[in-house]
Design a binder for this molecule. Structure first.
Ligand SMILES: Cc1ncc(COP(=O)(O)O)c(C=O)c1O
Length: 475
């Protein structure tokens, strides 16, 4: 199968697989509300990378600042701590007319872009960051789509190509193919913990020869759906590769706070690039994406993210500004959440204790979830899971031939069939691996690990019971 076929297949699967699972979930939930008796009382939904949907509670400081910005009368009472009030007052001053109801600059509120650049500089051990290179957007996916729009020439022949991981966050593949470009698949190495290997990039580029014109490499680190965290060495190899092949590097780093693996550390591409020194640090073009949707905050619905651009030609930067101006600005409440994400309460601040308690609780829970998933799944027959380092687990299921045959008869992909049965019989909604792309003949499921502990325990209990029954049925 060629990569052109894979791209169109992924689009088809998205419509046929996921949407059918969501429709079934809605039907089950309706039935449960009407009192229909099932072996479970509610559906556990870990299908999306959405912390609040998976049961994580919003952080108090974030919501208090947002509430005060939205309804400034709250600043007059004594319900809010003094640092919440000061933060809200300061942020309201940055809004035109002192209201979150006003439009902001196209690239976001300048003071917030300044905070974002300070955050990046601190995160990256002092590597300089400049607010004029930062664009705040309605979610990171939005800014990724805009940058892709600039890179992709829809009229070009051969078509523009973007090297894209397999498995990959489906929305990006849809953006690329939707623009008429080609998603050139490079496979992550499952057996080696879903690592990105430069030889595979080389192979993928060779395979694309004559079929498209590759202009960019898209990486997700920490990964979605594979949940791996790239090593510094691997990142350095990737940077050398993009430099040699003159590719624009698109680094999707939205899960940078979600790193739970033992001895695993997140490094940004910006930092690794800077520390490699000239000429690479002055020449490799990079867009790095981050978001208020993920991390401990998990404010997906507020829609805010940013992109930082590195080494992009000033003439192109002007064009990017114009292009981003086609939409007025990111939602102001999202921008405020982003400000709190990059500038959280510090030790000594009145809100610090509660902020620290809440974030530590989430961190500890997630670490335990990651360990628990790894242990439970690897103890089950015909199931294997690589170490869980990031926000997702992407275990492999070894489906018996009879189960594959039954899926065919039902007109489903084999792992979608597994997920459908799991949903109907055990009330657990997961994503089938086929949605993200996977090596032919392999089957996976994706679980989002950011759930409260009791939900994860219950989920794994239901999954284990179902899995044993399912494998037995088809063995
Ligand atoms: C890898 C990756 N990038 C980007 C996004 C989208 O983030 P945002 O809500 O900032 O658009 C997601 C969402 O799940 C994701 O998994």
């Amino acid at each position: 199968m060629s990569f052109l076929q894979i791209s169109s297949n992924v689009q088809k699967m998205k419509q046929l697989e996921s949407s059918a699972l969501v429709r079934t979930t809605n039907k089950i939930q309706n039935e449960l509300r009407q009192g229909v008796v099932k072996p479970y009382k509610e559906v556990i939904n870990v299908c999306w990378g959405d912390p609040h949907m998976a049961g994580v509670k919003p952080l108090s400081f974030v919501r208090q600042v947002l509430a005060a910005c939205l309804y400034p009368q709250l600043l007059e009472g004594d319900k809010l701590l003094v640092d919440v009030k000061q933060r809200a007052q300061r942020l309201l001053k940055t809004c035109v007319g002192g209201s979150v109801g006003s439009y902001t600059s196209t690239a976001g509120i300048p003071e917030i872009a300044q905070r974002v650049s300070e955050f990046i500089q601190k995160r990256d051990g002092g590597v300089p960051s400049y607010p004029e290179n930062i664009y705040i957007s309605p979610g990171s996916q939005w800014s990724l789509a805009k940058i892709l729009n600039i890179l992709v020439n829809p009229e070009a022949s051969p078509r523009t190509g973007v090297l894209t991981p397999v498995p990959c966050h489906i929305t990006t593949v849809l953006s690329i193919t939707g623009m008429g470009a080609v998603a050139i698949p490079y496979h992550l190495n499952e057996e080696q913990g879903w690592t990105l290997q430069v030889e595979e990039l080389q192979r993928a580029l060779e395979a694309a020869k004559g079929l498209c014109n590759p202009v960019a490499l898209y990486v997700i680190n920490p990964g979605n759906p594979a949940g791996h965290v790239q090593s510094r060495k691997s990142m350095e190899e990737v940077i050398h590769f993009v430099s040699e092949k003159k590719l624009f590097l698109l680094a999707d780093e939205v899960y940078q706070d979600c790193v739970y693996g033992e001895n695993v550390e997140f490094f940004s591409y910006k930092r690794v690039l800077a520390e490699l020194g000239p000429p690479l640090s002055d020449t490799v073009e990079l867009a790095s994406f981050h978001s208020a949707s993920k991390g401990f905050m998990g404010e997906c619905g507020l829609r805010a993210g940013y992109v930082e651009l590195v080494n992009v030609d000033p003439a192109v930067m002007k064009h990017i500004y114009t292009f981003f101006s086609t939409d007025s600005c990111a939602p102001v409440l999202g921008q405020i959440a982003l400000e709190v994400m990059v500038n959280p309460p510090q030790p000594g601040d009145p809100s610090y204790l509660i902020y620290n308690k809440e974030t530590q609780h989430i961190k500890t829970t997630l670490k335990q979830n990651a360990r628990r998933i790894f242990e439970v799944i690897n103890n089950l027959q015909d199931f294997s899971c690589q170490p869980v380092e990031g926000a997702f687990a992407f275990p492999r299921i070894y489906l018996p031939p009879k189960a594959i045959q039954r899926a065919k008869e039902a007109g489903m992909q084999p792992d979608t069939y597994y997920c459908t049965r799991l949903l109907e019989e055990a009330g657990v909604l997961l994503s089938p691996g086929c949605e993200f792309g996977q090596k032919e003949g392999t089957y996976h499921i994706r679980l989002f690990i950011m759930t409260p502990q009791d939900i994860m325990v219950e989920l794994l209990k239901r999954l284990s019971t179902f899995h044993v029954k399912f494998i037995k049925e088809f063995s």
